[in-house]
Design a protein around this ligand. Structure first.
Ligand code: GDP
Length: 459
């Protein structure tokens, strides 16, 4: 069961906090804690205690008491790593945690690599690679969707789907191989037609998973959004209205939003990574020019452009210039200042741009609610029910699924071209391996190392 030597790390953050946890895992974890733990009466030996029990006492370095702690003992395989594991709950000061870690290391453990605890859980077969990766996704989740999707993966939802696809493929390749080896007992006569139907089903399921990736990324990481419009259109006011606090400077002097501000905004289940810009306009002011250039650059980087027009004054040359610059992008046009009399109409905009046009008053905070439903219409694929699907959010998984799809399409074309059956099985096995990459069953050691090296310390 034991993969390796005994490792240790601080599992909580390295800032001062109420509690800090030092984690120890491996064959010698219980020996290490026996050497440095002392109960109040000095008699308790932790390695003799039942698994999954908590013990109050002291961590000592020789005769010197370092801190009062609680120690959690977990006997493998019923632990995170599937190895004997000890967690020391200490006071969460960075010095005391480091001091305890040093003592643990002095007494027989070595410092863990980033991600090594989770890597061991994977290498010891407790979780597959997609589950291991979802641990980091749970930690970095920024909203409810990202969290529940990562927990879904952590519980093996993606693993199950991938396993089922692989079983179907293996069944067919096994049949082809047996028939080629033993033609007397297995006939391949009408087999290609039969395989064609199965491959269709495999292609369909793979495509479905790939399709979730676009939504998965948008729902978990957000939509990079820029707000553009000439000076005084009300960009800062809109941003403030959306954010609800005065983070951007609102002013009457044209061109005061000089820099590119970034804000993350949760809007009705969506995340908008908002960049407020200096507005696109020709200018001789050098400081402002920097802002304008960056604004143009951010239009190109953005998934969504919110184009703001001051509806209370006629469209100006600058508005038209921006309209022409953004006409091929995903745009929502906002006619702002609806509390004043409008001289610009929806039709005036639609002459230049095929996009939703909505009227709001940023100042009075009216009409802003409809923004999120327009954004959802633009970005969330309707054919996907985002309540119970497994969403692909990891680029590595998406690539592996695309590789799987290419191999399956090759099988399909080999069938159509009446190629010999061994052609089918080569591409089927490639598809099988690509799927295996997701769950870590045909993944190279280097890739596994690379994946875990991105983990944080103590995880
Ligand atoms: P920016 O240069 O595009 O960032 O524009 P600001 O947000 O700084 O707004 C410019 C001016 O327009 C300020 O005086 C705002 O108070 C005003 N303003 C913004 N939105 C509205 C609105 O909906 N109605 C009215 N009446 N004034 C607004």
């Amino acid at each position: 069961m034991f993969q390796n030597d005994t490792i240790a790390a601080i599992a909580t953050g390295m800032t001062n906090s109420g509690i800090g946890i030092i984690r120890i895992s491996g064959e010698g974890a219980f020996d290490v804690i026996d050497r440095i733990y002392q109960s109040k009466k000095g008699k308790k030996v932790l390695s003799e205690q039942p698994s999954h029990t908590v013990h109050y006492g002291m961590i000592v370095d020789g005769d010197h008491i370092i801190d009062e702690v609680l120690v959690l003992m977990m006997k493998g395989p019923n632990s995170y790593t599937a190895e004997d594991t000890v967690e020391i709950d200490t006071h969460g000061g960075s010095y005391v945690m480091q001091r305890i870690l040093d003592t643990v290391i002095k007494n027989g453990a070595r410092l863990a690599q980033p991600g090594e605890f989770t890597k061991r859980a994977f290498l010891n077969g407790r979780i597959d690679l997609s589950q291991a990766e979802s641990v980091m996704d749970v930690i970095s989740a920024k909203n409810e969707f990202a969290l529940s999707n990562s927990v879904n993966h952590l519980q093996g939802a993606l693993y199950e789907k991938i396993k089922n696809l692989r079983e179907m493929i293996l069944h067919e390749t096994a049949f082809i191989e047996s028939a080629l080896d033993d033609p007397e007992h297995y006939s391949l006569d009408s087999y290609p037609q039969q395989l064609s139907l199965i491959v269709d089903k495999l292609i369909n399921n793979t495509q479905k998973l790939i399709k979730t990736a676009a939504n998965g990324k948008i729902l978990s990481e957000g939509i990079t959004t820029v707000i553009v419009g000439k000076p005084n259109a009300g960009k800062s006011s809109l941003l403030n209205a959306l954010i609800g606090e005065e983070k951007a400077i609102v002013t009457d002097i044209a061109g005061t939003t000089r820099d590119v501000l970034e804000q993350q905004l949760r809007l009705d289940g969506l995340i908008l990574n908002l960049i407020d810009t200096a507005g696109i306009r020709q200018t001789v002011d050098t400081v402002e020019k920097i802002g304008v250039d960056r604004a143009i650059a951010s239009v190109d980087k953005a998934d969504l452009i919110i184009f703001l027009v001051d509806g209370s004054i006629p469209l100006e040359e600058e508005d038209i210039k921006i309209l022409e610059y953004i006409k091929d992008k995903k745009v929502i046009c906002i006619l702002n200042k609806s509390d004043l009399d409008f001289v610009v109409s929806k039709e005036d905009i639609l002459k230049y741009l095929d996009a939703p046009v909505i009227s709001i008053s940023a100042k009075k905070q009216e009409g802003i609610d409809s923004l999120s439903s327009y954004i959802k219409d633009m970005f969330i694929r309707k054919e996907i029910d985002y309540n119970d699907e497994v969403f692909i959010t990891n680029a590595r998984h998406e690539q592996a699924l695309r590789d799987t799809l290419s191999s399956l399409e090759l099988v399909k074309s080999s069938i159509e071209q009446n190629m010999p059956e061994d052609f089918f099985s080569i591409d089927l096995m490639n598809a099988y391996d690509s799927l295996g990459n997701i769950i870590g069953e045909s993944t190279s050691e280097d890739l596994v190392d690379e994946i875990f090296s991105k983990f944080c310390m103590g995880k």
